[in-house]
Design a protein around this ligand. Sequence first.
Ligand code: NAD
Length: 253
Amino acid sequence: MEKLIDLAADLIVKSKYCIAFTGAGISTESGIPDFRGPSGIWKRVDPKIATYSFFINNPGEFWKFHLSFIEIKRAEPNKAHFSLAELEKMGVLKCVITQNVDGLHQKAGSRYVIELHGNLDHVVCLSCGKHFKINDVIAGLDENKLPPKCPECGGLLKPDVILFEEPLKRDVLTLAFKEAYKSDLVLVLGTSLVVYPAAYIPDIVKSQGGKVIIVNLESTEKDFLGDVVIHGKLGEILPKIVDKVRENLRSIS
Ligand code: NAD
């Protein structure tokens, strides 16, 4: 393990444009369950509940599930989120591309974060297109009267996150892919790498001769892409990598 941490730190220090690509696994140590990990949500809930068609046909039931998910707005960043913010401050990490909708990277201090799948903070009206803050919508919400309706036009409100079957926002995806094309090293952290198009990010970096570091509890669909693959908890491994990067930077300055 120590050797892999040294190797990862060495690649980070030598890189010219290192980016991070994160998934739900980086937030499990903040108490937010992932989808497909050992205690993932899909172990107890049918994944179809997160599809656009389920939302449209059963908005009340969808919102009931969603309100339990919104609890995650109370979560705090963990050591893994803080480690990425620290790497950005050191100048060695240029950007975080996340599949997460919990906002914990920003809460930990990361400044350049691309949220591929949106953020739980907002909802959008499917009739008039207006956006509202989730806190304003759920304040005083009667759980027996779901789904919540648009305060302006009475239309159906949808969380402004990407559901299964929905396309990603083009400008956001383009920006993320641009960052991947610029990158010569990607840290792939806490993702099973099965959700597309997000999961193309490491392929893009690799296809241009860049390097890939994967840190995940279990093996992923794409461990074969990894120049360094570490299986373990991000909250334990990332702080060790950061310490090593700091040490290496000191020794070359
Ligand atoms: P996933 O559930 O498919 O995979 C998560 C991976 O993280 C698993 O392979 C698991 O082994 C690993 N993992 C869990 N805890 C870990 C830890 N402490 N350290 C290291 N690895 C750990 O999640 P995904 O690949 O991100 O894709 C699923 C979708 O889930 C994303 O689109 C995302 O929008 C959504 N999601 C987001 C949140 C969130 O915002 N926190 C939570 C659940 C799901």
